[in-house]
Design a protein around this ligand. Structure first.
Ligand SMILES: Cc1ncc(COP(=O)(O)O)c(C=O)c1O
Length: 391
């Protein structure tokens, strides 16, 4: 049988981070001692009160369809979060709860972009954005950044990339994969240009709460009503509440865009899982005491890994200010990032993601969402590998 696969699907490649993660897991299942730097998820468990919120919902029989854009209780709790933490006023009707932050991003792109539209994506980028743009028949326009600017796009770069077809800018701060964080002034400068040119901004703020060294997160929507009117914020429960498997994300948008997304979601996934949404309510309205503990742990690991990476011959690494990633430069070692990572996995049993997966050759992504002991072991092995290349 000759199965016809649509151009849309055939042009996609599976997410390389998930591929590497499953390869590492398969090696582990064979009994090999693999150190995983590949995962984009916290190594901490979901806090107990959040699990209790979902368990109670299940026990109470909260197991039916909900409104497709989420239960009113959760949409209100999210609107309150934006008011409390970001000084942003949204009506609950402007908030859509989806099946993960990834789903929120996809909804935004589908609702706002079509053939002929250009979407500006600074690289290194979270690897799903360009594929989502292509799925919407629009065109990704990649603006390259390097460690020389801490992987941040400058206003001049943004201006140079604008065309009359530019529809959307994707802004991710704190960033996956680099951990870089734009300062409030830097965010404002990019936001001003978008407002001036009538370009929408998809502001991915899923790592908002994971900040180090006094870094500050300021949403681009928060500078003026005009900025808010040009911005769709995407967010989710995966990172700051360690709920990756729950598949729960959310967005806040200008009313007409929220309405369009509501329609898309009502015909595609319908509601996110009913009892997971109750967990989301517990996450936003309950204790946040876990967060400083996690941040202290991440900060220790980051400092250690940053120092170890910079001590390796031929490797340099700017320090990150957010999320749980470092993005070392390995260009001097003379291997393409994909070859570097596959040899590192095969010979030293260390899993990291090649920079090329994020549109940035010459780098790799190290996730420090794993124990300090693992980080020490993994970096010992990486150092051994690097020395074989450098020598
Ligand atoms: C920048 C960024 N946005 C969105 C997501 C989506 O997360 P989820 O779909 O698990 O909520 C991720 C997850 O890795 C991410 O790194």
């Amino acid at each position: 049988m000759n199965y016809k696969i649509s151009h849309r699907a055939a042009s996609l490649s599976p997410s390389l981070t998930l591929v590497i993660d499953s390869k590492a897991k398969a090696m582990k299942a064979e009994g090999l001692d693999v150190v995983g730097f590949g995962a984009g998820e916290p190594d901490f468990d979901t806090p107990q009160h959040i699990k209790d919120g979902a368990s109670k919902a299940l026990a109470d029989g909260f197991t039916k369809y909900t409104p497709s854009s989420g239960i009113p209780e959760l949409r209100s709790a999210i609107a309150e979060k934006f008011q409390r933490e970001n000084g942003l006023t949204y009506k609950p009707s402007q908030v859509i709860v989806s099946c993960g932050g990834k789903h929120s991003c996809y909804n935004v792109i589908l609702a706002t972009c079509e053939e002929g539209d250009e979407v500006i994506i600074p690289s290194p980028y979270w690897l799903s954005y360009p594929e989502m743009v292509r799925l919407a028949s629009a065109t990704p326009v990649i603006v390259e950044t390097t460690d020389a600017t801490e992987f941040k796009m400058t206003p001049a770069q943004l201006r140079a990339a604008l065309t009359p077809r530019t529809r959307l800018l994707v802004l991710t701060t704190p960033s996956n994969p680099t951990g870089s964080v734009y300062t409030p002034d830097e965010v404002r400068a990019l936001g001003d240009i978008c407002v001036e040119h009538g370009v929408l901004i998809m502001s991915d703020e899923i790592y908002e709460h994971l900040l180090y060294d006094g870094a500050v997160h300021k949403s681009v929507a928060s500078f003026s009503q005009a900025h808010q009117d040009h911005t769709i914020i995407v967010h989710g429960f995966a990172k700051a509440w360690s709920m990756t498997g729950w598949r729960l994300g959310f967005l806040a948008a200008p009313e007409p865009i929220a309405k369009a997304i509501d329609a898309i979601q009502s015909h595609s996934t319908s509601n996110p899982t009913s009892f997971a949404q109750k967990g989301g309510v517990a996450a936003l309205t309950g204790s946040q005491a876990h967060l400083p503990l996690w941040l202290a742990e991440y900060a220790k690991r980051r400092t250690y890994a940053h120092q170890r990476l910079n001590a390796m011959p031929g490797v340099s690494c700017v320090n990150s200010k957010g999320a749980f990633y470092l993005f070392p430069n390995i260009a001097k070692l003379g291997l393409k990032s994909a070859d570097f990572c596959s040899q590192l996995l095969a010979t030293q049993h260390v899993a990291a993601v090649p920079g090329i997966a994020f549109g940035a050759e010459g780098y790799l992504r190290i996730s420090y969402a794993t124990s300090l002991a693992n980080i020490e072991k993994g970096l010992d092995r990486m150092e051994t590998f690097v020395k074989t290349l450098h020598g």
